[in-house]
Design a protein around this ligand. Structure first.
Ligand SMILES: [Zn+2]
Ligand SMILES: [Zn+2]
Length: 350
């Protein structure tokens, strides 16, 4: 089969002919028909995450070997079953839930596979969807998507479930309070499109790019602000009567999390989702003095994925704009995403 692989960190992806995997045990082989390109793929492509200062989290040190096939927003048709696979049939169409743990340890047993110390993530640890075929380790990770838009359904496996899980962490807000989403890129737009289905708060969206603020309004934001504007914090504190009750930072840079801290009401919560990276000087006393909660959210659970697809199917989620790109353009598409040319999400189709 054809696969589009990282052969050297940060260098253009290469089209390579590799053996089509054969499903063993409980594994299921999926013929990939759509595979979203996620912003985090750019970091995987580079081979590291920026942890601030000169600290880099190297993926090679975490055991990722090249050549590697990325793609963790995968959807397609079941093509073959391992001898012990059950609960699924050849021809069934499913999303491959990628955030998979070892399945044997205690955290996996209680459903927190995201906290597993031996993850088996599709497209970040194991070969993913920038290829004609992909393996799911067990049929339970295959989620139905019938009745939904296919490219959008693919993006739900990462950007969708990531946005949903972050919003669930602030779903206690009332319609009298304000939720601020920072960053209307791929994941941020997904969050804006489902915010009203998960959380009752009035929705403010902050982005430095006028085109992305316009996209935010189209996706359902009540108010947009330019967080690069020197007067933005004062204006927000004024218009919300003391600050936003919660902020979700889909960028995850010192400037954006810092902006959220300044615009936050007392007792507020900041959820950091984005992996832009960098280090933030944190006035530690502001945590108790503002009774501030600063938490992180990473992708989402299999249960959240199923909840999200029920909302999508019920028409409660405004789909993110997607741009289909042929699979053979995988390398160019991820380069275009890195160059900031994408509004919404690129989805490789085959
Ligand atoms: Zn992703
Ligand atoms: Zn585990």
């Amino acid at each position: 089969m054809r696969a589009y692989q990282i052969v050297k960190w940060g260098e253009p992806l290469e089209e390579r002919e590799v053996p089509t995997p054969e499903p063993k045990g409980t594994e299921v082989l999926v013929r990939v028909t759509a595979s979203g390109i996620c912003h985090s793929d750019i970091h995987i492509w580079d081979g590291y995450f920026d942890m601030g200062g000169d600290n880099k989290l190297s993926l090679e040190d975490r055991g990722l070997k090249l050549p590697f096939t990325m793609g963790h927003e995968v959807l397609g048709e079941v093509a073959a079953l391992g001898p012990e696979a059950e609960g699924i049939e050849v021809g069934d169409r499913r999303i491959v839930f990628p955030w998979i743990g070892c399945g044997a340890c205690e955290v996996c047993a209680r459903g927190d596979e995201l906290l597993c110390l031996a993850p088996r993530t599709v497209g970040t640890r194991y070969a993913g969807g920038y290829a004609e075929y992909c393996i799911a380790p067990h049929a339970k990770y295959l989620v139905p998507f019938e009745g939904t838009d296919e490219p959008h359904a693919a993006t739900c496996a990462c950007s969708g479930v990531t946005a949903y899980s972050a919003l669930k962490k602030v779903n206690y807000l009332t319609d009298k309070e304000h939720l601020m989403i920072i960053g209307a890129g791929g994941v941020g737009l997904a969050g804006i499109g489902m915010a009203k289905a998960v959380c009752a708060a009035k929705l403010i969206v902050a982005d430095i790019d006028p085109a992305k603020r316009a996209a935010a309004i189209a996706a359902g934001a009540d108010i947009v602000v330019d967080n690069s504007d020197a007067g933005a914090v004062a204006q927000l504190l004024e218009s919300t009567g003391g600050g936003v009750a919660a902020a979700i930072d889909f960028v995850g840079a010192p400037a954006t999390t810092g902006f959220a801290m300044q615009a936050l009401a007392r007792g507020g919560t900041i959820v950091v989702v984005g992996l832009f990276g960098g280090a933030l000087p944190l006035p530690v006393a502001s945590l108790p003095l503002k009774m501030m909660r600063l938490i992180g959210s990473y992708v989402g659970s299999l249960e959240e994925m199923r909840e999200l697809m029920a909302l999508v199917k019920a028409g409660k989620v405004k789909p993110v704009p997607t741009t289909p790109r042929p699979l053979r353009e995988a390398g160019q598409a991820i380069a275009d995403l890195r160059d900031g040319k994408a509004v919404g999400r690129y989805v490789l189709v085959n």
